[in-house]
Write a protein of this length. Structure first.
Length: 95
């Protein structure tokens, strides 16, 4: 399995991400910011990478991640997706 911990450069290349996802990359692993690949793409504002992950057969793996913020609030990929990209959330997760 591929690890995402140090791959910030890959998150900007949706074709690279698509290849990783198709090859069975772990969509639940987290990086040093406690982000899984989907949360990292959302945080960086990369719509193409978000669509590559959510368009895969394994998209549910990526949306299950939960992170606690320093103020004790649960942060999830779905919550962040709705907040930052409501259009993508509507067409991808809630379609």
């Amino acid at each position: 399995m591929y690890r995402w911990a140090q791959t910030y450069f890959i998150i900007n290349c949706h074709q690279c991400v698509q290849t990783l996802v198709d090859s069975g990359a772990d969509l639940t692993s987290i990086n040093l910011s406690d982000h899984n690949p989907l949360l990292e793409a959302i945080a960086r504002g990369n719509r193409e990478v978000i669509l590559a992950i959510l368009g895969s057969d394994r998209w549910k793996e990526a949306v299950r991640s939960v992170k606690m913020t320093s103020s004790g609030v649960k942060e999830t990929p779905v919550k962040q997706l709705i907040k930052r990209f409501p259009d993508l959330a509507k067409e991808s997760v809630f379609a």
